[in-house]
Write a protein that binds this ligand. Structure first.
Ligand SMILES: O=C(O)C(=O)C[C@]1(C(=O)O)C=C[C@@H](O)C=C1
Length: 313
């Protein structure tokens, strides 16, 4: 079974996908790189057989990986609207992210005129770049590993990539400066995706059992998208009140433009799902929250209900 990931080989997402596959034998034996998180999500949605996907979700320094959330929301809404099964988040894990400056050979830093990486990685290293390479142009490319691939292909010591140590090994580059991210404890959360019909199939019901074993007594997360919250005094507050009334802990809220009209927003929510609650479909407390939202004309899209499998070095 394929596990699509945001590649190429040696991205941080590749590392995360490998860890999902090690922990969850049901998830897939062939890791298939895709050029963008959007392509991963679309591929999981379109696959006629069971398929999984791995994308970055959120970084502790730079926040949400918007492309992943926006595409997931769009695909789920689109597939649901035409009665098709949609991709959903089924698990998450967190990696410690250490960024390194990768070069062809060992140039003097004054020789480096351009630094390439994923925009999140460039932003995670902003302070080091300001202090050590103020003269170098910063260029956003598809991913950290893609930056390493370009540096290798051009074999130009004036170019550098920012990325994982693994990318230095895979693309034959030198680790010219180590751990250059601003915050030592830089972390990124990655999501594992599957399609909801596959989630009911035999493979993924075994997966659910395994996830329960791995998560133990830890809380799960319910990821949602809310649309139609009224733009009036207290509109957002009254949309959040049912969660408070039923004792649900909101762990993330993020507004994004609806795309329909300037000044109109949708909201991404992560709700911490207590270990002692039955699953969302069987929870009376959750039904009351949903009823309150339906009465207020708020549309809810579920993006997944999943455990966090922990933090990995
Ligand atoms: O470029 C990569 O290596 C990725 O896996 C992407 C990504 C991201 O999108 O956040 C993953 C982890 C790091 O935070 C930096 C980049």
């Amino acid at each position: 079974m394929p596990l699509y990931y945001f590649g190429p080989v040696a991205t941080f997402t590749h590392d995360a996908a490998g860890r999902f596959a090690n922990m969850l034998p049901e998830v897939g034996d062939v890791l298939v790189p895709m050029a963008t998180p959007s392509q991963v999500i679309q591929q999981v949605g379109a696959a006629s057989d069971a398929a999984f996907g791995c994308v970055p979700l959120e970084n502790s320094t730079e926040g949400s990986v918007r492309e992943s959330w926006d595409t997931l929301a769009r695909e789920v809404r689109r597939q649901t609207a035409c009665g098709q099964p949609a991709p959903q988040l089924v698990a998450a894990l967190t990696l410690r992210i250490e960024q390194h400056l990768l070069t062809f050979g060992e140039p003097d830093l004054s020789q480096v005129r351009e630094v390439m990486s994923h925009p999140q990685a460039l932003a995670q290293c902003r302070e080091w770049l300001e202090q050590n390479l103020p003269h170098a142009r910063q260029t956003a490319v598809a991913s950290t590993a893609d930056a390493a691939r370009i540096v290798r292909e051009t074999a130009d010591p004036g170019l550098a990539a920012i990325g994982p140590r693994k990318a230095a090994d895979v693309y034959g580059l030198c680790c010219r400066a180590e751990r250059i991210q601003t915050f030592r404890d830089n972390m990124t959360r990655f999501g594992l995706l599957a399609r909801t019909d596959h989630a009911r199939a035999a493979t993924t019901s075994r997966l659910q059992e395994r996830l329960r074993e791995l998560a133990g007594a830890d809380a799960w997360t319910l990821a949602l998208l809310l649309a139609g919250i009224e733009n009036r005094p207290g509109g957002l507050m009254s949309a959040l009140r049912p969660l408070h009334d039923e004792g649900f802990n909101l762990t993330r809220i993020e507004s994004r433009p609806s795309g329909q009209r300037l000044g109109e927003y949708v909201f991404f929510l992560d709700v911490q799902w207590p270990a002692d609650q039955p699953e969302p479909a069987a929870s009376f407390a959750w039904r009351r929250v949903q009823n309150a939202w339906a009465q207020a004309g708020i549309t809810v899209t579920s993006l997944g209900w999943f455990p966090d499998l922990g933090v990995f070095p």
